[in-house]
Design a protein around this ligand. Structure first.
Ligand code: GDP
Ligand code: MG
Length: 154
């Protein structure tokens, strides 16, 4: 029997962040409710004040983008919640629950569409992050949960 702090390598996992705006607005429970109601399972969860180094690594693919510095400031302004979620096709599934990046364009019924805020020229406050591929998920889980390990395959 695997212990609860080990991940089953045969199952799919994704990294979810309830971003600082979501945590500040008290929406962590609402976001977790949507994820759990869908049937996904929480495998790791922590409140964390992310530092610039961690966020620059997390968002390395966006380093050259004009919004990068604003993004790091938004993400480090106050604590966030980091979560490892497990389930069948959970990477795609969480992206679907989240909705598209811009909250104004995100479909109603999605987390961002229902609850996210678009400040126009300012920061997009879109509440949540979810890994976008298997490669990203493995990299991001290792970054945010270095203590969490995959147990050996049988
Ligand atoms: P995601 O995968 O849907 O979160 O979107 P991306 O990977 O493209 O971008 C990462 C994060 O950067 C987004 O969730 C936003 O917080 C932020 N971001 C992306 N595009 C923009 C933009 O055009 N302007 C601003 N201000 N922020 C952006
Ligand atoms: Mg992304």
């Amino acid at each position: 029997m695997p212990t609860p702090d080990l991940l089953d390598p045969k199952k799919e996992h994704t990294l979810v962040l309830v971003k600082p705006d979501g945590f500040r607005r008290g929406l962590t429970g609402e976001i977790l409710r949507r994820i759990e109601s869908k049937g996904y399972v929480l495998k790791g969860l922590k409140i964390k004040q992310a530092d610039r180094a961690l966020l620059e690594e997390h968002y390395a693919e966006h380093r050259e983008r004009p919004f990068f510095q604003g993004l790091i400031e938004y993400m480090s302004a106050s604590p966030l919640v980091a979560i490892v979620v497990e389930g069948d096709r959970v990477i795609e599934g969480v992206r679907s629950l989240m909705g598209t990046t811009n909250p104004t364009l995100a479909a109603p019924g999605t987390i961002r569409g229902d609850l996210g805020r678009d400040w126009g020229t300012g920061q997009v406050e879109n509440l949540v992050h979810g890994s976008d591929s298997t490669t990203s998920a493995i990299r991001e889980i290792a970054l945010w949960f270095p203590e969490l390990e995959y147990h050996a395959e049988d």
